[in-house]
Ligand binder design. Sequence first.
Ligand code: SF4
Length: 66
Amino acid sequence: MTQKIVVDFGLCESNGVCMGIIPEVFDLDDEDYLHVLQEEVTPENEQQVREAVRQCPRQAISIEDA
Ligand code: SF4
């Protein structure tokens, strides 16, 4: 089953913790707006995406069944 990354932008405070863990997926732009560059959870990124979910201080990241 495909899983995708969902960010609650109402909770996100743009501190960049997730980008520090996996910049291929999470990117803060010049205006501190977070972009999810790749929504799909893959075998390659899953471990780091789950780490980002754990470490987000706002618990703004979740993984949902697509
Ligand atoms: S770690 Fe959480 S609060 Fe920080 S930028 Fe990422 S989603 Fe936003």
